[in-house]
Design a binder for this molecule. Sequence first.
Ligand SMILES: NC(=O)C1=CN([C@@H]2O[C@H](COP(=O)(O)OP(=O)(O)OC[C@H]3O[C@@H](n4cnc5c(N)ncnc54)[C@H](O)[C@@H]3O)[C@@H](O)[C@H]2O)C=CC1
Ligand SMILES: O=C([O-])CC(=O)C(=O)O
Length: 330
Amino acid sequence: MVVAIPSPRKAVVNKAAIAIPKITVIGAGNVGASLARCLLAQNLGHVVLLDIVEGRPQGLALDMAEARPLEGYSYSITGTNDYPDTANSQVIVITAGLPRKPGMSRDDLLKVNGGIILDVMSQALPHSPDAHFILVTNPLDVMTYLAWQTSGLPPRQVIGQAGVLDSARFRTFIAQELEVPPQDVSTMVLGGHGDLMVPLISYTTVSGIPLTELMPLNKVQQLVDRTRHGGAEIVNHLKTGGAFYAPAAATATMVAAILQNQSAILPVSAYLEGQYGLKDIYLGVPCRLDHNGAASIMELSLTNDEQAALQTSAASVQQTLQKALSLLTS
Ligand SMILES: NC(=O)C1=CN([C@@H]2O[C@H](COP(=O)(O)OP(=O)(O)OC[C@H]3O[C@@H](n4cnc5c(N)ncnc54)[C@H](O)[C@@H]3O)[C@@H](O)[C@H]2O)C=CC1
Ligand SMILES: O=C([O-])CC(=O)C(=O)O
């Protein structure tokens, strides 16, 4: 007797019913391309990689797509030069702009990168009016302010990445010095993303033990100084640009916190409206990050030295911001 074997039933998938997050990365350079790969590896959503250079985002996206069968990403990637392809993104990360070279400060990038940020925002926002924007381009705190100001979005939806990276650097240096796993080190670096950033020694622990119990103060100070110049240290090695693997990992941490509604407490460049005695400025502070973006800013009690250092860092960011506003409006 012949038994008919039923053909396997195909699951009926209503693709429209599955909401796949869409993340756009603008700037397909070192940071942007590394970030795209991190986002795919963490299965955070469909990635759109955009650049002004024709062929570059398309080539990189194809290359990453060809890694998908081997590495098993859940989502795909599109490379483009056209903003309509970014439409309805939940998160847009801006890495477009020049990196610095040895001998330059991040502030030296002000004019050219300021112009790029205004151009990118004017093109990206109309296609994704509800997106969360994460700025990476330097000088970071000022670029984040310009992006927010030009967007008309609530400040919680426009934030900058710096503190997650700077804290990761401080954790690395402490772990190397003490020969412990970096994951055991907990810290937070606040302030502007410049040489005056503020690693918080009073909030730094290793497996719960205050750092000051584990090494002398002069050693702590050396690691603080190395952290403050952590970006320049890599620029001086690479010569043609800056760091990109750790910046990409730091930015992916923020994207994940937003898309997965993690309520994670992270140091991010956020708009201050009186917190820490500061107003109308973007600066690195601890924020709760969830699907509302920088849902709330946490005001920590700081030592007198930390509070003074934060004010000094803020004054420097404010000075650069005033310069940017006059350069870009003249
Ligand atoms: N906030 C942070 O912690 C960090 C910030 N950065 C900053 O990120 C930025 C990017 O750095 P890299 O990726 O190393 O530079 P990169 O030169 O490798 O890439 C920049 C990309 O931006 C593109 N671009 C320029 N103008 C554009 C525009 N109008 N629209 C779209 N794309 C445009 C370029 O074609 C290039 O592909 C720099 O300003 C750098 O200083 C870098 C590392 C860490
Ligand atoms: O130092 C740079 O120019 C890039 C950057 O912001 C960092 O790596 O911290």
